[in-house]
Write a protein that binds this ligand. Structure first.
Ligand SMILES: Cc1ncc(COP(=O)(O)O)c(C=O)c1O
Length: 404
């Protein structure tokens, strides 16, 4: 069957606008398209392929597990889901775990849990969720409403109520807004889709204090920042602020769809039998693989490597910014970095992303003003340096073509 980029336009919903080629295979930090072109991949499937493309560890586990137990649903307990929960218990301060298939589902479950906890403990009036402008929490109707970007939630009819959006990194705004009605504050430790904006020092601690003063829960959305991406297993460890509920996904499955919600036994108890569920969530096939991924990414040496390579990436981007004049700031944590375009290039992130592909490097955007970089956590230093070279060459060419 002939499959080309045009097939996308002829067969798929147009809610994406993929680049002008079709990917046929990938290995490690390399991707190949249908014309045999090779790309260095700094996208990792949007911060998902934590161990690179098609790692042997996952291939081996998939094969073994697919012959042992693929799926049995959550009406039965299975060894592989329970193993993942135990492994997370050993590596984090959390006591109870709920598995889902995506980041949106993890956040949806976290928000529902916070509402149910407040409802059970304090009554119906305590339902207000505070979140932040430019935040992104997923595409279910609840999570997209809690996300602070109107463009994603408008135009679908009435949105779920009792959600308040406040400016990020502004504790005074939160102090002024919380009340007895507040049941949870949901926040990303680094705003990802919103432009790679790290929490200011003391911000998460401040949020926790404000939340707890009104008996509200702090929910951290670590869908993108979790699973080693920032050089710690979970990004909250940088601040020492343990959230009441943590939601994660993306890198946990190393390329397979899984999300997790983590909390204390006391809070989890409010999701009794029948209150919430998922047919596929915590599927044994994916959990068996996630166990392997988790063991690998939580090795101290591996995490140190992420920090070192994050430094190389940030420094390399800063140099490119100086030489081309195209970036006004490089910011991020570990291997999640953003290059904020200088005013002359504002709004052109998508165009620049497309221009870099023919130079053999794939990058992400975070909004229209920020180039985003989220390579595999095990990318080699030499590959990272080669990718930086390709970016610089591509950007210089971009400037020439556009005669800027
Ligand atoms: C911080 C954050 N939360 C939630 C999501 C949604 O995750 P998913 O696309 O897996 O539903 C994303 C995805 O980009 C994200 O970055």
């Amino acid at each position: 069957m002939k499959i080309t980029r045009q097939t996308f336009d002829e067969c798929m919903f147009p809610c994406y606008s993929p680049l002008d080629f079709v990917i046929t295979r990938a290995k490690g930090s390399y991707v190949w398209d249908d014309n045999g072109n090779e790309y260095l991949d700094l996208t990792a499937g949007i911060a998902v392929n934590s161990l690179g493309h098609c790692p042997k560890l996952i291939a081996k586990t998939l094969k073994k597990q697919s012959e042992r137990l693929l799926h049995c649903s959550n009406i039965f307990a299975n060894r592989y889901t329970l193993t993942l929960a135990r492994e997370l218990q050993h590596r984090t301060p959390f006591e109870r775990f709920f598995f889902v298939n995506s980041g949106a589902e993890a956040n949806e479950a976290a928000l529902k849990l916070a509402r149910r906890y407040a409802f059970d403990k304090y009554g119906e009036h305590k339902d207000e969720i505070i979140s932040f402008t430019h935040s992104f929490h997923g595409r279910t109707f609840f999570t997209v409403t809690v996300g602070g970007q109107d463009k994603y939630s408008k135009g679908f009819g009435p949105r779920p109520g009792a959600v308040t959006h406040l400016p990020y990194n502004d504790l005074e705004a939160v102090k002024a807004a919380v009340s007895d009605k507040t049941c949870a504050i949901m926040v990303e430790p680094v705003q990802g889709e919103g432009g790679i904006i790290p929490a200011a020092p003391g911000y998460l601690k401040g949020l926790q204090e404000i939340a707890h003063a009104v008996n509200a829960l702090l929910i951290l959305d670590e869908v993108q920042t979790g699973n080693g991406r920032t050089g710690r297993l979970y990004a909250y460890e940088h601040s020492g602020v343990q959230p009441d509920i943590l939601a994660t996904a993306k890198g946990l499955g190393g390329g397979l769809p899984i999300g997790a919600v983590m909390t204390s036994a006391d809070i989890a108890a409010h999701f009794g039998p029948g209150t919430h569920g998922s047919t596929f969530g915590g599927n044994p096939l994916i959990c068996a693989c996630a166990v392997q991924v988790l063991r690998r990414i939580s090795e101290p040496k591996f995490l140190e490597g992420v920090t070192v390579k994050g430094g190389i990436l940030a420094e390399g981007l800063q140099k490119i910014g100086k030489r081309t004049g195209m970036f006004k700031e490089v910011r991020g944590l570990g291997l999640l970095q953003g290059a904020v375009l200088a005013d002359a290039y504002a709004g052109k992130a998508g165009e620049i992303q497309r221009c870099l592909a023919p130079w053999g490097v794939l990058i992400l955007t975070a909004g229209s003003d920020v180039l985003r970089f989220a390579p595999a956590l095990n990318i080699r230093k030499a590959q990272l340096k080669e990718a930086l070279k390709r970016i610089e060459t591509g950007l210089i060419d971009y400037l020439k073509i556009h005669q800027i």
